[in-house]
Design a protein around this ligand. Structure first.
Ligand SMILES: *[C@@H]1O[C@H](CO)[C@@H](O)[C@H](O)[C@H]1NC(C)=O
Length: 380
């Protein structure tokens, strides 16, 4: 039997809709996944003459990566174990007797940054030479790039949110010798690449080095910083503090700086300077002094009427982070409805007579803790 006339007849009934090219849509239109996750896109045919042939392609007609699979009817595209290279546009192509149409989906793959430097270390340069090292990073979300010097977290060289970050010197000095780190960070991770730069100096010129470039000490302790220097004739070593005089309780003996009973204000960068007739060289030690908290309540006494609101702030000096805990002296719990905040506040919206009493705040950091009290009197 010849089917063509029958088909034509059917078409005359149905083809008003069917003579149409396919109308398709892709769900979801944009998907963002983490590296290693999976995601599917569905290509849906809204209308158009049947049969509709579906096909998936990458933008610019690249082959689909090997971890991308198409379901049996061609409508579902699944990216398994997504990787950065899967990022981009995927297009669903629909073809029927009346024509063709496409719809696109975009896949974003979040991943930790990858970092590359334009130079490979160790880099040996002559004193006075210009030096440039570029750091490039890729990652999603776009990473923040930072150059820092190893051994001194606070000696930040540059910070930038762009794909390239450059560290450069018009003329290097001996004290620029060191390990420099390009760090790229986004929500998915932190990646670092190091480069060692060595500045070659004249024979005989001093080269200073410190035994510790970074130290953290607890308040009240005694600290020693050692500096050694090569060079001929033997260089003279002096110590100073960046942008401040040396603490008055200090001594310098044979290149060793000793600080006794250090306090918070002694935190900072200490500079060893070795000098002889051929030149000078500096080396740095970064010291942080940590202190236990010292807590106070503001106010420490308050008189209220029933229905008033109570607000007490617990303040604390000391090394961060500091945690605050509130309690009520002689009671197991704070009154119902009391609110406390991470930054040390205690709040009661409407006090009752029974809320009278002594409230205690304990401020704690990793070195110690301190408490303070506030007296609350509620009277009609
Ligand atoms: C180190 O000594 C040299 C030469 O005496 C001087 O020019 C330089 O400013 C000193 N640096 C510091 C940090 O004191």
């Amino acid at each position: 039997m010849d089917l063509a006339p029958a088909a034509l007849f059917l078409c005359s009934l149905l083809c008003s809709a069917a003579a149409q090219a396919p109308v398709i849509s892709v769900q979801p239109r944009i998907a963002t996944v983490r590296q290693g996750e999976s995601v599917s896109f569905r290509c849906q045919v809204g209308s158009g003459a049947q049969p509709v042939q579906l096909e998936w392609r990458r933008a610019n007609n690249q082959a689909l990566p090997d971890n991308v699979k198409i379901g049996p009817d061609g409508s579902v595209l699944t990216v398994a174990n997504a990787r950065p290279g899967n990022q981009g546009q995927y297009r669903c192509l629909a073809v029927n007797s009346a024509g063709r149409s496409t719809a696109a989906a975009v896949l974003n793959v979040k991943h930790a940054p990858k970092v590359q430097l334009t130079a490979e270390g160790p880099l040996h340069v002559r004193i006075g030479d210009p030096v440039t090292v570029e750091c490039r990073a890729t990652g999603r979300p776009r990473p923040t790039l930072m150059w820092k010097r190893q051994g001194s977290t606070l000696q930040l060289v540059t910070t930038e949110t762009s794909d390239v970050n450059v560290i450069q010197w018009a003329a290097v000095r001996p004290e620029d010798t060191g390990v420099y780190i390009c760090q790229a960070e986004n929500s998915e991770g932190v990646t670092e690449v190091k480069i060692e730069i060595t500045v070659e100096v004249e024979p005989g010129a001093p080269v200073a080095s410190v035994s510790t470039t970074e130290m953290t000490v607890v308040e009240g302790h005694t600290v020693t910083m050692e500096c050694q220097a090569s060079g001929s004739p033997a260089p003279v070593i002096t110590w100073s503090k960046l942008r401040a005089p040396l603490p008055w309780k200090h001594t310098v003996v044979g290149g060793v700086l000793t600080l006794t009973d250090v306090g918070r204000q002694d935190s900072g960068q200490y500079i060893c300077n070795a000098t002889n007739i051929h030149g000078y060289s500096e080396a740095y030690t970064q010291m942080e002094v940590e202190t236990p908290p010292y807590a106070t309540c503001l106010p420490d006494q308050v008189r209220l009427h029933p229905g008033d609101s109570l607000r007490i702030q617990c303040l604390a000096h000391g090394s961060h982070p500091i945690q605050f805990t509130w309690s009520r002296v002689g009671r197991a719990n704070l009154p119902a409805g009391t609110e406390t905040t991470r930054d040390g506040r205690l709040l009661i919206a409407h006090v009752k007579q029974g809320d009278s009493g002594t409230y205690k705040c304990v401020a704690t950091n990793h070195i110690g803790s301190s408490e303070a009290q506030a007296k609350v009197i509620v009277r009609a």
